[in-house]
Design a protein around this ligand. Structure first.
Ligand code: GLU
Length: 343
């Protein structure tokens, strides 16, 4: 009767899971997840390192004390600590979801073939990176998480008018977040008045044929997408949707085809934290994306999505407290997908 012990074991394990409250998200109980969040919050609450981004004037005015952490398991449980109702502009975190939109509409190869999936090794708004791709590498050797690739991705979203394209983007982000999101008008105005460099990038991407439609319009929509207001909770649900294979674990709605999720996560792993993407992956193993508004999302595939909002940034442009808090919490929960033995 070789099967009997196995069946008995399964029953025993199920009973243990029932008693401890451990869910499909992993070995942790709700109390353990809660404790990990609270410990990271307490440890970094008073940390004063870093500085708000100020090249977009409105970002310099955001309260640097905002600090909220949220984690969403793939079975839809939401854990939070700190300030999770204050909203910041999503900034570059938006790039993940516009890339996902294009993949959902046109397939993963549409991104790979026109923009690429490689780190540029340069700043997120580098013009030299565009020149390098065009003149030295001879093709789509960027990625949709740096500004040239992101503006190109925005230009690829389908729609017959600016309004239709914008509705498609905002609606898609809202499906990921599980609630209707809106734009922080002050940030949009402030960035629109100061985004000459992004306009130059858009024009160059058009000149080289990466953008096929009006580049001014693409840059304008890109600027608006960066101004969408989100809380730590919103961002965690967005990350949780990726962790859950493209189905929003809170609303139950499928947002992205399951087979596209690994493609999105791969680009996040490659280029999610600007010039420190390699260091971040080395430290945590988590596909992630940060934005200069102070938001950072990270995904433990099949386990949880996590987000922190805290505006002060380090030299590379990543939220100081967010990086530290997420790394600690993921360690505590065995979130590193490259470390199966630790789960
Ligand atoms: N809207 C910002 C820009 O294009 C996004 C930058 C970021 O968050 O990395 O400069």
């Amino acid at each position: 009767m070789p099967l009997m012990p196995t069946l008995r074991m399964t029953g025993i394990l199920a009973a243990i899971a029932l008693v401890t409250g451990a869910g499909p998200a992993g070995a942790q109980t709700a109390a353990e997840i809660d404790a990990a969040l609270k410990a990271a919050y307490a440890k970094y609450k008073d940390l004063k390192e870093g500085k708000n981004a100020d090249y977009i004037p409105a970002l310099a005015r955001v309260d640097p004390a905002i600090f909220g952490i949220a984690l969403v398991t793939v079975d839809g449980k939401v854990y939070t600590v700190g300030d999770i109702s204050s909203e910041v502009s999503i900034q570059s975190v938006s790039k993940v979801f516009t890339m996902a939109r294009v993949m959902e509409e046109q397939g993963a190869d549409a991104i790979l073939g026109t923009i690429g999936a490689d780190a540029t090794g340069m700043r997120f708004n580098s013009i030299v990176a565009v020149e390098m791709a065009e003149k030295q590498l001879g093709g789509p050797e960027m990625n949709p998480l740096v500004n040239p690739g992101a503006i190109a991705a925005t230009s690829m979203v389908r729609g017959s008018s600016r309004d239709e394209i914008w509705k498609s983007i905002l609606g898609y982000y809202s499906d990921f977040a599980g609630r209707p999101l809106s734009v922080d008008k002050e940030v949009f105005k402030s960035e629109s008045a100061t985004n000459q460099r992004n306009k130059a990038i858009g024009a160059l991407m058009y000149a080289y044929g990466y953008i096929k439609s009006d580049p001014e319009r693409a840059t304008d929509i890109y600027t608006e997408q960066c101004s969408v207001a989100v809380s730590a909770r919103d961002l965690a649900i967005m990350a949780g949707t990726l962790a859950a294979g493209g189905r929003n674990p809170v609303t139950g709605r499928r947002v992205l085809k399951g087979e596209l999720v690994p493609r999105v996560l791969a680009v996040m792993a490659t280029a999610g934290l600007y010039d420190d993407s390699g260091k971040w992956l080395f430290r945590t193993g988590l596909p992630a994306k940060s934005g200069v508004g102070g938001g950072l999302i990270a995904v433990s595939p099949g386990r949880f999505g996590i987000a922190v909002v805290s505006p002060p940034l380090d030299e590379a442009g990543n939220s100081v407290r967010a990086q530290k808090a997420i790394a600690d919490i993921s360690d505590a929960l065995g979130g590193n997908p490259y470390a199966p033995a630790m789960r």
